[in-house]
Design a protein around this ligand. Structure first.
Ligand code: GLP
Length: 246
């Protein structure tokens, strides 16, 4: 695992954007897995800047998102569909027919999850998966206790995750209780992982992920087994690490 510690959020975002842009230039028809949450927002802003100012071309990429709330339609401002179009896709030249985000309104969720897994395989797999991390060590919506071999499926959100995400909703009751998420096993099949974290609230989860034993209690710890995992974090998120990563 390559651990890159940057001075602050801005530097973290720029480093991540550099790595994503390098892939898009090298393989214009690459498959990128995108994440939501506040952490990748700086990365997305930088990618938009690179598109507008440097002509970074996203026209041939295919995208898969990690997760989506169950019960929120794509036009709901807190849905991850809305988030992705608002914060990235509307501002770059991605081809809408190459954008895949789990359907939180699917009638048959199990069938949808199987379809999603097959679609990833059909396009040849994910070249680069961007990841954030929950304060409890979750990746996507794979909450503590998730099977480390899990595939795309419906998950019940923990109270901690619902509370963490309540800031985006007007009341706790409005925070969905379920989500569709790529599984830990699905994520691990991506050819490269790029995990981002910033701030002291993530320091404990990062300590477990980078230096702790691999355990289902912190699903993110599985990235230690990935051949090409890069962790880009700021100094605050790195504050509990003991080894020297300079
Ligand atoms: C949600 C998302 C995760 C994300 C996490 C952290 O739970 N499903 O993919 O990593 O939030 O969010 P933030 O970056 O806002 O701290």
């Amino acid at each position: 695992m390559l651990v890159i510690i940057k001075e602050n959020y801005d530097e973290m975002s720029k480093e991540a954007a550099k790595q994503v842009a390098a892939l898009v230039r090298k393989k214009p028809d690459c498959v990128i897995g995108f994440a939501t949450g506040s952490t990748p927002l700086g990365l997305y802003k930088e990618l938009i800047r690179m598109h507008k100012e440097e002509g970074l071309d996203f026209s041939k990429i295919t995208t898969f998102n990690l997760d989506e709330y169950v019960g929120l339609p794509p036009e709901h401002p807190q849905s991850y569909h809305y988030f992705m179009w608002e914060n990235l896709f509307n501002h770059i030249n991605v081809n809408p027919s190459n954008v895949y985000i789990p359907m939180g309104m699917a009638d048959d969720i199990d069938a949808f999850c199987e379809w999603y897994e097959n679609k990833i395989k059909e396009v040849g797999g994910i070249d680069l998966q961007i990841l954030g991390i929950g304060a409890n060590g979750h990746i996507a919506f794979n909450e503590p206790g998730s099977s480390l071999g899990s595939r795309t499926r419906i998950k019940t959100l923990t109270e901690k995750t619902r509370q963490d995400n309540a800031r985006f909703f007007s009341s706790m009751e409005e925070v969905p209780k379920y989500a569709i998420t790529m599984g830990v096993g699905t994520i691990m099949e991506a050819r490269r992982l790029l995990l981002l974290a910033s701030g002291t609230s993530k320091a404990e989860a990062i300590r477990a992920t980078v230096e702790g034993p691999i355990m289902a209690k912190y699903p993110a710890t599985i990235v230690q087994l990935h051949r090409y995992a890069t962790v880009i974090i700021d100094k605050d998120a790195a504050s509990k690490l003991e080894a020297d990563y300079s």
